[in-house]
Design a protein around this ligand. Structure first.
Ligand SMILES: Nc1nc2c(c(=O)[nH]1)N[C@H]1C(S)=C(S)[C@@H](COP(=O)(O)O)O[C@H]1N2
Ligand SMILES: [Mo]
Length: 251
């Protein structure tokens, strides 16, 4: 039964008191937020991020790397789901003309360097993947890639002792873009060095002749136009890490 309007009416005194309390809480919350914001930004920076934020990112990394395994696969889609117009993002390391004598340089150890042509790579078993490519800027798109599994390449070219190291570094030929990847993610069965996109040769702007596609990480790690690959026990330099982003960038 509906109450008499007079009965549900709160007294104006009570109303004013409640409003004042809500307003005071609102002001306190604003000052607390400003204080915390300022406090975070007064903390020392670690690679472009204030220390408390870096700590949260490191915690993320611990959680994600526990979840990562070769049996934990990123969701795939039928080829028909591929976007016809694949988005482009980032041209660092792609601004200069590509040297026509390009070869993939794999620095195995000091004094032991392997050079592979695109044909050498195409001679290895081809793997394709159609997945939802996620950029850290907030967009994602289903795209379809073809190339060689990094783990297949490692087995074929006797890189297994190098793969005992903790990290792999990848650099564009002009050294303008570079990423560091933990070995477990690099050896993951869905991590590919690609020379095809949507069933066609990789376009120049998408990283021709060879790019990394690493579905277990955000797009920032999928370096286009690979020049050099090297191995290291310490985290290799990473372009976006140095500018405040998450080193691990796991998904
Ligand atoms: N060489 C190089 N590789 C790069 C980048 C870049 O700026 N230079 N940007 C990265 C980012 S942030 C994303 S989201 C993807 C985008 O790949 P696409 O242009 O093929 O969509 O490439 C990654 N690889
Ligand atoms: Mo990105």
């Amino acid at each position: 039964m509906l109450k008499d309007p007079e009965q549900i009416e709160i007294s104006s005194k009570k109303f004013i008191r409640k409003s004042i309390i809500a307003f005071v809480i609102f002001i306190i919350a604003i000052f607390a937020a400003i204080f915390i914001w300022k406090w975070i930004h007064r903390q020392p920076d670690i690679a472009g991020s204030p220390k408390p934020i870096r700590k949260v990112l490191s915690l993320d990394e611990k959680v994600f790397s526990k979840v990562l395994s070769d049996n934990h696969l990123v969701k795939t889609y039928p080829e028909s789901a591929e976007a016809k117009n694949v988005r482009l993002n980032g041209d660092l390391g792609l601004k200069s003309a590509l040297d026509s004598s390009w070869k993939l340089k794999i620095a195995k150890s000091p004094g032991d360097t392997l050079f592979l042509t695109l044909d050498d790579l195409k001679a290895l078993p081809k793997t394709e993947i159609t997945f939802d490519f996620k950029c850290i800027e907030g967009w994602s798109q289903i795209s379809h890639w073809g190339g060689v599994k990094f783990s297949d390449l490692a087995r074929r070219y006797n890189l297994l002792s190098q793969s005992q190291k903790n990290y792999v570094g990848l650099i564009t030929p002009d050294k303008q873009y570079y990423v560091g990847i933990d070995m477990a993610s690099m050896m993951h069965p869905q991590t590919l060095l690609c020379y095809e996109m949507n069933g066609k040769p990789l376009p120049l702007k998408h990283g021709y002749p060879l790019r990394l596609i690493i579905p277990v990480k955000y797009g920032i790690k999928s370096l286009k136009r690979v020049g050099t690959i090297f191995f290291s026990n310490t985290p290799p330099p990473d372009y976006w890490y140095e500018r405040g982003y998450d080193y691990y960038s796991g998904l």
